[in-house]
Design a protein around this ligand. Structure first.
Ligand code: KG4
Ligand code: ZN
Length: 366
C-alpha cells in the first residue's frame, strides 16, 4: 500500500510517500520519499511565522514538492492507493492549500482522499518506525499543543491533561527570542543550553506536584523575561546558563506531569496498577535530547518505557501524514471530497475546555 502525504499546516511545505502492508495491525511502514521545504527564510525577518506569507509560500511550492516526492520514490500518481493531507488544526490558509491539492489529485486520479488531523499525524508517527501497540500514553509537545493523552486506537483519544495557557514549544520560541538566539527557537535554546549551568537560575515550575496532569508555562515565560532583562549585555555564558536553566525547568515540569499521568492512564484504560505502559513522546519539542533523556528516566522509574520517533520525524513532516493516512485507509476510514479544512480540531472532542480558557472548546491552542 502506497500513500502520498501532504503537510502545509504551519511553515513546512512537505510531501512524502510511505509504503506499508495493507493489513491493519501490521506494524511499521517504509518511507519511500520525504520532501520538506522549510520556509525559514520567508519568516525569519519577522521573528515568527506570518500566516499570510506561509499560505502564499505553500501555494508556490506544493506542486514542486509533490513532484519531488513522487520522483524520489520512483512512483507515479497511478501507483498510489490514497492521498492524505493535513486538514487541521493549523493556520487555515496553508491547510486549505494542502487539502485542495490533495483533493485535486484524488479526483483527477480516482483515488481515496484522507483528511488527516495533524495531531494524529504526530501521535501515530512512532508506529511508522516501531511496533507500538495500543493503548499507549502520549505526551504531545509541539509549537501549538502540550497534552497528555491515552491513545486507545486510530481516531480514539482521551485527553488526560493539557496546558491551561501556553504550549511548551511556544515557551522555547519565546525564550530564544528573549535571549537573542534567533528563529526557530527550540533548537537554538537546546544548542545554547549545552554550554550552560542548569542550576544557575531557580525558575518557577507552575502546577508542580499539583494533582492531575495539566500544564502551565506562562509564569515560567515571565520569569525568563525578567531574568533575561537582568543579564549582563552580550554575555554568552549568562545566556547559556539561562537557556540551560529554562530547559531543565521544562524537564522538571514534564517529568512531574508524566509521573501523575501513568496512573490516570491505567485507570482510564482499565489496566491493573503495575501494567508496564509505553510512554510515547511526539511533536517538535520531542526532538530535544535533554527532554528525551529526562522522560526516559521518569518512564523507567514508573515501570514504563519511553518510545520516541527519530528527531527528524518529531518536527513537522509529511511522512507522518502519509502514515496516519495509511493507518486510516487500512481501517476503511476514507473521507469525502466535501470535507472542510479545520483551523481547530481536538483529538478528544469530549474533553472540556481547559481552566483559564472558559468559553472556548477543547482543542483550542492549549
Ligand atoms: O511539531 P512542530 O514541528 O510544529 C507544530 O505542530 O507546532 O513543533 C514546532 C515546535 C517549535 O515551537 C519549536 O521551537 C519546537 O517545536 N522545537 C524544539 C526543538 N525542535 C523544535 N523545542 C525544543 N528543542 C528542540 N530541539
Ligand atoms: Zn506539528
Amino acid at each position: 500500500m502506497l500513500v502520498l502525504g501532504i503537510e502545509t499546516s504551519c511553515d513546512e511545505t512537505a510531501a512524502a510517500v510511505v509504503e506499508a502492508d495493507p493489513a491493519p495491525g501490521t506494524p511499521v511502514g517504509r518511507i519511500r520519499a520525504n520532501a520538506i521545504y522549510a520556509q525559514l527564510g520567508e519568516h525569519r525577518p519577522f521573528g515568527g511565522v506570518v500566516p499570510e506569507i506561509a499560505a502564499r509560500a505553500h501555494l508556490e511550492r506544493i506542486d514542486g514538492m509533490v513532484a519531488r516526492a513522487l520522483a524520489d520514490a520512483g512512483v507515479g500518481f497511478t501507483d498510489l492507493d490514497g492521498i492524505a493531507a493535513t486538514a487541521g488544526p493549523g493556520l487555515i490558509g496553508g491547510v486549505i492549500v494542502g487539502v485542495m491539492t490533495a483533493k485535486a489529485i484524488a479526483l483527477a486520479h480516482d483515488k481515496p482522499f484522507l483528511a488527516v488531523n495533524h495531531l494524529e499525524g504526530h501521535a501515530l508517527t512512532t508506529r511508522l518506525v516501531e511496533p507500538v501497540a495500543f493503548p499507549f500514553l502520549l505526551l504531545l509537545v509541539s509549537g501549538g499543543h502540550c497534552q497528555l493523552l491515552a491513545v486507545q486506537g486510530v481516531g480514539r483519544y482521551r485527553r488526560l491533561g493539557t496546558t491551561i495557557d501556553d504550549a511548551v514549544g511556544e515557551a522555547f520560541d519565546k525564550t530564544a527570542k528573549l535571549l537573542g538566539l534567533g528563529f526557530p527557537g527550540g533548537p537554538a535554546v537546546e544548542r545554547a543550553a549545552r554550554d550552560g549551568d542548569p542550576a544557575k537560575f531557580d525558575l518557577p515550575r507552575p502546577l508542580w506536584r499539583k494533582p492531575g496532569c495539566d500544564f502551565s508555562f506562562s509564569g515560567l515565560k515571565t520569569a525568563v523575561r525578567l531574568a533575561a532583562a537582568g543579564l549582563p549585555k552580550d554575555d554568552p555564558r549568562a545566556i547559556a546558563d539561562l537557556a540551560a536553566s529554562f530547559q531543565r525547568t521544562v524537564g522538571d515540569i514534564l517529568v512531574d506531569r508524566c509521573r501523575h499521568a501513568f496512573d490516570m492512564f491505567r485507570t482510564t484504560c482499565g489496566l491493573p496498577p503495575d501494567t508496564p505502559v509505553p510512554l510515547v513522546v511526539a511533536g517538535g519539542v520531542a526532538a530535544n535530547q535533554h527532554l528525551r533523556a529526562r522522560l526516559a528516566d521518569v518512564a523507567a522509574s514508573c515501570g514504563a518505557r519511553l518510545v520516541a520517533p527519530p528527531p527528524a520525524l518529531c518536527t513537522d513532516n509529511a511522512a507522518m501524514i502519509a502514515w496516519a493516512g495509511i493507518e486510516r485507509l487500512r481501517l476503511g476510514l476514507v473521507d469525502g471530497l466535501d470535507v472542510a479544512p479545520r483551523p481547530r480540531w481536538p483529538l478528544d472532542p469530549a474533553a472540556t475546555a481547559a481552566i483559564g480558557r472558559t468559553g472556548v472548546g477543547a482543542g483550542v491552542k492549549v
